[in-house]
Design a protein around this ligand. Structure first.
Ligand code: CA
Length: 669
């Protein structure tokens, strides 16, 4: 019944294709762009010294009324104020500070219809993000928040990123956390599984990652924040209020300020522990088309259309028009707000291939000016056809036009463990070759004269200008977990020892390569989602990170920890430029050098403090392979079973590398 009413309402409010074309040509006219765009950064609610200022951009509205409510669920406003119509489509009103604590909406009259919205810029919301809430943001900082510094990042290649979902991280009973699944549980200290092994933030410190990338924490649409949390789950890729915080991770979603304070606490505690916070942002589409705040304030302005119909490059029903000034400006101001108010250290752009390249350049310029060491990357693809030509959008092949923004390296990902959409397909770790694509990942997707670019998975040229642009990964929240993929791809599904060897080899490729290593939460102890590749709304039973697996697969955990320690110790693995890689990284040309399942290289030192040469080899074969070594004696730092910075033994002359394994050697003399 409810769905039917919603459809009716949307249908009434939508226009015919001809009307939409008429309207969008108005938006794209010179006259509109001269007179009706607003360049200020103060849209929404601003607390001034002695008043609360409201501004909304509603360029075709006849008038806008400000509505105030006592309660989040009230249907009838207790105060209404007709807003003043300013130039450039902005409606403005100010109230004295004593209205603090009220809920608000803007009632926008567009054509024959009234649209109630808290406005696209709303920062503080009531339950389910329906209404805005008047609150001075200064009162939402936890003690010490402003003084706590973010960890510094010299170069993106120094980061080790860990991708986690707030609820998944602690909701399992083995997490040992209180108030499981919420913001505060994420950073609760001293938590352990039933075998007394560290979980949560203590585990992150033990592992050694430098950044956590959180799946959506902005206010998303699909969960009922008033309903019991254990009955619903979502990843959150359906944005409702881009500048507000999701309520379902709060210990009390009914308190509009609390979710802000709790998220800030999470960020502060990670910062205190030397871990940066990267936010997953989804500006490429809105959760709903006609109920979107964008649509209510400026119908059809913020979305792309073709022939008067919304287009769908996101695969979610619509796509945003970042090439329009106010959409671009919205995105930039929103991102700056998250950096300034929440101290976010970086952004991961969902379906970045939908955003136009010029906008992303401006995004990068604005964010880098605000925070010099910000880390920016995204998915260099879209989810469907867009009317904006691909040459103009920031898909992977155009990343070299914006050297400050990176992209997920799907060439490397699928070369490591097989095609992401064909469960049974194997890659290098299953002994299926992909040698050149593996080498391409090893050099961080830049130009290297020893790579044959005709044999790279999905590209035929080095799409990265610098290795900081290559986000190297074997698995992420999308698609099968690494463990599930490996299991699906091998003949003997019960051969856990084999899966472990392949998983170690996959992560060694990710953690030793030039570029930015990216780990899906739980990959370090063989996380399973029981074969569920698209678990975006699957229950906790599928998505929860089972911390008992840390005990069961402790050797895999130790291996990851050792690889991270190795990466941090030797600058060899973190060369910052294409030139430096060309100078220091040389692929092996000795015995078995042209085996498709064997890749090896030397890394000359870029670092006076660690002047020794490293030798790195990966054997994807199911059989042992012999490699001839350069002169001298070599200490083994990584073998099939262990990884770290202490010697596991010495070799000279040659070395036999065991099946499905990694070898890292350091020259001792
Ligand atoms: Ca929400």
């Amino acid at each position: 019944m409810q769905d039917y009413l919603l459809l009716e309402r949307s249908a009434q409010k939508s226009l015919s294709a001809n009307e939409v074309m008429h309207l969008t040509s108005h938006y794209d006219s010179q006259e509109f762009n001269n007179e009706m765009i607003y360049k200020g950064d103060d849209l929404g609610v601003t607390y001034l010294n002695d008043q609360i200022q409201f501004k909304i951009w509603a360029p075709i509205a006849e008038y806008v009324t400000l509505l105030l409510y006592k309660k989040s669920y009230s249907e009838t406003p207790i105060y209404t104020f007709e807003m003043n119509d300013h130039a450039a489509g902005v409606f403005e009103y100010s109230l004295p500070l004593l209205y603090d604590g009220f809920y608000y909406m803007f009632e926008v009259k567009n054509g024959d219809h009234f649209f109630d919205t808290p406005g696209p810029e709303v920062k503080v919301v009531g339950i389910n993000g329906e209404k805005g809430y008047l609150c001075d943001l200064n009162t939402t900082d936890p003690d010490g928040f402003r003084e706590t510094e973010s960890p510094k990042l010299k170069n993106a290649v120094d980061a080790v990123i860990y991708e986690a979902h707030v609820r998944d991280f602690t909701v399992h009973h083995e997490s040992g956390a209180e108030d499981k699944g919420n913001f505060l549980a994420f950073v609760q200290k001293g938590t352990k599984n039933t075998d007394h092994m560290a979980t949560g933030i203590d585990h992150l410190k033990e592992l050694g990652v430098t950044h956590v990338q959180l799946l959506p924490i902005y206010d998303y649409n699909c969960l009922d924040e008033a309903a019991p949390k254990e009955e619903q789950y979502n990843w959150g890729y359906d944005p409702l209020n881009y500048n507000a915080v999701e309520g379902s991770y709060s210990s009390n979603p009914k308190d509009p300020a609390l979710r802000i304070r709790e998220l800030k606490t999470l960020i502060m505690e990670l910062h205190k522990n030397g871990i940066g916070v990267i936010m997953d942002v989804v500006y490429n589409h809105t959760s709903d088309q006609f109920d979107a705040n964008f649509h209510k304030s400026a119908p059809y302005y913020y979305h792309r259309t073709e022939h008067g119909e919304l287009t769908n490059a996101s695969g979610c029903g619509n796509e945003t028009a970042t090439e329009r000034f106010m959409m671009k400006q919205f995105m930039i101001n929103s991102l700056l707000y998250w950096v300034q108010e929440y101290k976010i250290d970086g952004f991961r752009f969902d379906l970045m291939g939908i955003h136009d390249t010029l906008t992303m350049k401006e995004v990068s310029d604005a964010l880098t000016a605000e925070k010099k060491d910000i880390i920016l990357y995204g998915e260099g693809w879209s989810g469907g056809y867009s009317p904006l030509h691909e040459d103009l959008r920031l898909v992977k092949r155009n990343l070299n036009q914006v050297p400050t923004i990176g992209g997920f390296n799907d060439d490397f990902r699928d070369a490591i463990k097989g095609h992401v959409f064909y469960d049974e397909a194997g890659g290098f770790v299953q002994g299926k070759g992909f040698r050149e694509s593996i080498k391409f990942g090893i050099v961080g997707s830049v130009y290297h004269d020893n790579i044959d670019y005709d044999f790279i998975n999905y590209t035929d040229f080095p799409w990265a200008n610098n290795p900081g642009q290559s986000i190297n990964y074997a698995s992420a929240h999308d698609n099968l977990t690494l463990y599930d993929k490996l299991k699906a791809s091998i003949y003997d599904k019960e051969d856990e020892a084999k899966i472990k060897q392949m998983a170690k080899l996959a992560s060694a490729l990710v953690l030793t390569s030039q570029g930015v290593p990216f780990l899906h939460a739980g990959v370090e102890f063989l996380r399973t989602k029981f074969g569920d590749a698209n678990s975006y709304r699957s229950p906790d039973a599928i998505n929860a990170l089972n911390w008992k697996l840390k005990t069961k697969n402790y050797d895999v955990f130790s291996y990851h920890k050792g690889l991270i320690e190795l990466r941090k110790t030797y600058k060899h693995f973190r060369l910052g430029t294409q030139e430096s890689i060309a100078k220091h990284l040389h692929f092996y040309k000795g015995e078995n050098a042209y085996d498709h399942n064997l890749v090896a290289y030397t890394l000359d030192s870029p670092d006076d403090r660690n002047p020794d040469t490293l030798f790195v080899a990966f054997n994807g074969n199911q059989v042992e392979k012999r490699i001839t070594l350069g002169e001298g004696t070599w200490d083994i730092l990584v073998d099939a079973d262990q990884a770290g910075t202490t010697s596991l033994g010495q070799v000279s002359g040659y070395v036999d590398i065991t099946p499905t394994s990694t070898l890292v050697l350091i020259k001792t003399c």
